[in-house]
Design a protein around this ligand. Structure first.
Ligand SMILES: Cc1cc2nc3c(=O)[nH]c(=O)nc-3n(C[C@H](O)[C@H](O)[C@H](O)COP(=O)(O)OP(=O)(O)OC[C@H]3O[C@@H](n4cnc5c(N)ncnc54)[C@H](O)[C@@H]3O)c2cc1C
Length: 419
């Protein structure tokens, strides 16, 4: 086993790592990118399956609020490389983008494969070398990086290191969060990883589950009474509970509520286009001899999964109370019990605490080690906010490396701060 003095190392060939590599290589420096998987950008490719949502067209001051408690930190990265720069960057790769009806920005063709291909070609032209099947194992006692490779263990001492290892969701795509224990062992603060943009479990009755699993609930409005959250949209009833874009958008609030209360009660307006007084008037005549389902269908226009959910949730006595029923259909309380596991989530909350990093995304305790992407402790809903922040933090970390090297703080072998 040999220890070599290498070019700058980026570990993690997802959007954040590749963007850090591009930023460093554009300055004329040598960069090697290592990834545990046989090919780069696997999560990016999967993200493209349902239509790659690159970013969002809303005004920057609204855009930045999507990062909640972390908007000040993420805002710094976005000020340098925000939604407009993401679009210009994609177009520079020959991938035109368009704004969809919801304001979301997609590549024409919707897919990630052509974007990733063009990006890898550009990186190759910039001299970036990619080493797949290189799993980073941490540092040895002399602070050299350790990699498991098909040729055996490799040790490196790059002049600077960018870690862009992803979060803990969909580990089969490469981001298995093994880095958490490696960094914690070095005394670096990591907030527990949690599912974000995830589904939630509910205790459906068997008959409801069998009949409606997979059925889309559209259009509804979701209100979370303990926050100001109130939004129209769509979600899906699943075998286990609820998922889909409206649930994902609210998932941070729901997860936090469950952590405190043990459950969360979501309030659905099943008829968001019908004013309450109109619904009250329609239901006022009462059920009479009709079945409850027929009454809901005829008087309220509710059928299918919406009517099924009302039957599932409401106490039987409410079926005879037109006023109470009208109010309940506008604010149907649905209890969810727990989020689905992190491995199934779209993204990750928690991660490397931003307080452990300088503004240039260098670990305070490990000069020369920079971090980027979903492994950092921020979260955002779907809508292009995830990729935008990953790319922006990749630029920030890449520029951090350049500043660090420029300042001459570098001494070969100083990685880890004490070798
Ligand atoms: C189904 C799905 C759809 C999505 N759709 C969208 C969307 O439309 N828009 C959007 O903005 N976001 C979307 N996302 C989220 C987005 O894909 C991620 O936020 C983004 O890929 C994270 O980028 P990253 O570079 O931080 O991490 P990743 O893309 O996870 O890359 C991390 C890389 O690090 C490597 N790695 C990890 N550990 C090691 C190790 N020890 N040694 C070596 N290599 C290692 C992994 O193999 C991986 O290649 C979606 C996610 C999913 C799952």
């Amino acid at each position: 086993m040999s220890v070599s003095h290498a070019p700058i190392a980026v570990v993690g060939a997802g959007p954040a790592g590749l963007m850090a590599a591009e930023t460093i290589a554009r300055a004329g420096l040598h960069v090697d990118v290592y990834d545990a998987m046989p090919s780069p950008g696997r999560k990016l490719l999967i993200a493209g399956r349902g239509g790659l949502n690159l970013t969002h067209s809303e005004p920057p001051e609204t855009f930045v609020t999507r990062y909640g408690a972390r908007q000040r930190d993420v805002g710094r990265w976005l000020a340098r490389f925000g939604p407009a720069e993401v679009r210009a960057w994609a177009e520079g790769l020959g991938i035109e983008t368009f704004v969809g009806s919801s304001g979301r920005v997609f590549p024409v063709g919707m897919k990630a494969a052509s974007l990733l291909r063009a990006w890898l070609r550009r990186l190759e032209m910039l001299g970036v070398r990619l080493y797949p099947r290189h799993r980073w194992l941490g540092w040895d006692v002399e602070d050299a990086l350790r990699f498991e490779t098909p040729q055996g263990e490799l040790r490196l001492r790059p002049p600077a290191l960018v870690l862009a290892l992803g979060g803990g969701s969909r580990p089969e795509l490469g981001s298995d969060a093994a880095w958490v224990e490696i960094l914690r062992a070095r005394g670096i603060a990591v907030a527990p990883l949690k599912p974000a943009n995830c589904g939630f479990e509910a205790a459906w009755n068997e008959a409801f589950r069998r009949k409606f699993a997979g059925a889309p609930l559209k259009t509804v409005a979701l209100r979370l009474p303990w926050t100001g959250f109130h939004r129209r949209g769509e979600c899906v009833v699943t075998e286990y509970g609820l998922e889909g874009s409206l649930i994902y958008a609210a998932s941070a609030h729901i997860r936090e509520r469950i952590e405190v209360q043990g459950q969360a009660v979501l309030h659905f307006d099943l008829l968001p286009d019908t004013p309450p007084e109109k619904l009250r008037a329609r239901l006022a005549s009462g059920r009479g001899k009709r079945s409850f389902s027929e009454y809901l269908r005829r008087r309220a226009g509710l059928r299918g999964v919406k009517a099924g959910l009302a039957r599932e949730v409401l106490p039987v006595e409410m079926r005879q109370d037109p006023t109470g029923l009208a109010a309940a259909l506008k604010s149907l309380p649905v209890t969810v019990l727990r989020p689905r596991p992190l491995a199934e989530a779209i993204s990750t909350a928690g991660g490397l605490r931003l307080e452990a990093l300088t503004e240039t995304l260098m670990l305070r305790e490990m000069p020369g080690v920079f971090c980027a992407g979903e492994m950092l402790d921020w979260e955002a809903p779907t809508g292009g906010y995830l990729l935008t922040a990953c790319l922006a933090s990749g630029v920030a970390a890449g520029e951090g490396v350049l500043q660090w090297l420029e300042r001459g703080v570098l001494a070969l072998g100083a990685l880890g701060g004490n070798s």
